[in-house]
Design a protein around this ligand. Structure first.
Ligand code: ZN
Length: 117
């Protein structure tokens, strides 16, 4: 696998948005989150850089993606909260974790919380 395919595999394909009364909506992360761009073609999105940070509570991955439609760059920030809950029944089970995804522009300005993965 090339490095770029590796980066793509780091990105969840979907996120879930919670809708107050109607459950969860599933949205694709294969889209450009920049203002005034409607690119939803995965072939026009090129992940090219990854930064990763970890502490005892969470893992943060920031993946920079170039949009070939608007020729700009945005960042998907994937925050995984570790050990949200342990199962009391099965001690050998992996603790549950939860992920939150945000979009940032290329200057690290937050474009908003997208959803959960
Ligand atoms: Zn775009």
């Amino acid at each position: 696998m090339s490095e770029k395919q590796d980066l793509r595999s780091e990105i969840p394909t979907h996120a879930y948005i919670s809708l107050a009364r109607r459950g969860m909506e599933k949205i694709s992360l294969d889209q450009c989150f920049l203002k005034d761009c409607d690119n939803q073609d995965v072939n026009l999105l090129e992940p090219f850089k990854k930064e990763e940070f970890e502490d005892d509570k969470k893992i943060i991955k920031k993946i920079s993606i170039r949009c070939k439609k608007c020729n700009r760059t945005f960042i998907l920030k994937l925050e995984t909260i570790k050990k949200v809950a342990y199962s009391t029944q099965k001690k050998d089970e992996e603790p549950l974790s939860m992920g939150i995804v945000y979009a940032l522009d290329d200057k690290d300005h937050n474009l908003g919380h997208i959803g959960y993965f």
